[in-house]
Design a protein around this ligand. Structure first.
Ligand code: PGA
Length: 243
């Protein structure tokens, strides 16, 4: 499987800024001679997806940052965006990000409904799991993570990318150590099969992305803030490029 480089813009960039950044990303990727082993996925806010798709379609895939759990296609659900609507543009959908679990009180059950809607529309769910610092320090993190994964992936266990995103590592500048990521990958792959893609997110940047991507147990990275700066995005791509 290709290694994945997934850029999560979160709630950043207006439509105009997103289009302009997409043009720069496209130029950067075009300049690099990325060997065929990397798939780049850009996840803009919903409002920018159609335009960014047009700019990026020859160099990258599109991912959505969320999707409705209510119905996979349509209905009276004010403010929701369905998997069917997204599927005109996106190949991937991030679900269960800790920022949504914490701020919007999303449950494992909600996440599982979202994943089912995603696969019904022929996209791939990127299912995020992660432990708090307290859970890691107490030593219970592996059971916390496996429980979260089991409950959130009901109905699409054979058809997902697992994104390990420790809550303490996201946006903190304090990335998980490579050996710690590998420990979780082994746990996930031994429960769900070696073929289940396992990626890592949480303060990935130009200093650590190559080392993480070089590990055979890690199938990709999910990058937030470092992927929003053209300078660090370009540096990460050129490191991948020099594989
Ligand atoms: P970060 O975010 O790279 O800014 O830590 C990663 C994520 O939340 O997906």
């Amino acid at each position: 499987m290709n290694k994945l480089f997934i850029s999560n813009w979160k709630m950043n960039l207006t439509l105009a800024e997103g289009i302009s950044f997409s043009n720069e990303i496209s130029r950067t990727i075009n300049k690099s001679i990325i060997n065929g082993n990397i798939e780049i996925v850009i996840c803009p806010p919903f409002i920018s997806i159609p335009n960014c798709f047009q700019v990026l379609k020859s160099v990258a895939k599109i991912g959505a940052q969320d999707v409705s759990s209510m119905h996979d296609a349509k209905g009276a659900y004010t403010g929701e965006i369905s998997a069917k609507m997204i599927s005109d543009y996106a190949d991937y959908v991030i679900i269960g990000h800790s920022e949504r679990r914490i701020n919007l009180k999303e449950t494992n059950h909600d996440v599982s409904l979202k994943g089912i809607n995603v696969i019904k529309n022929n996209m791939i769910p990127i299912l995020c799991i992660g432990e708090t610092e307290t859970q890691r320090d107490s030593g219970e993190y592996i059971s916390v993570l496996l429980n979260q994964l089991r409950e959130s992936s009901k109905g699409f266990e054979k058809n997902m990318i697992v994104a390990y995103e420790p809550i303490w590592a996201i946006g903190s500048g304090n990335s998980c150590k490579t050996a710690q990521i590998i420990e979780i990958s082994k746990q996930v792959k031994s429960s769900y099969g070696d073929e289940t893609p396992f990626i890592y997110g949480g303060s990935v940047n130009e200093d650590n992305c190559k080392e993480i991507l070089d590990q055979k147990e890690i199938d990709g990275v999910l990058v937030g803030s470092a992927s929003l700066s053209l300078d660090s995005f370009s540096k990460m791509i050129s490191l991948i490029d020099s594989e």
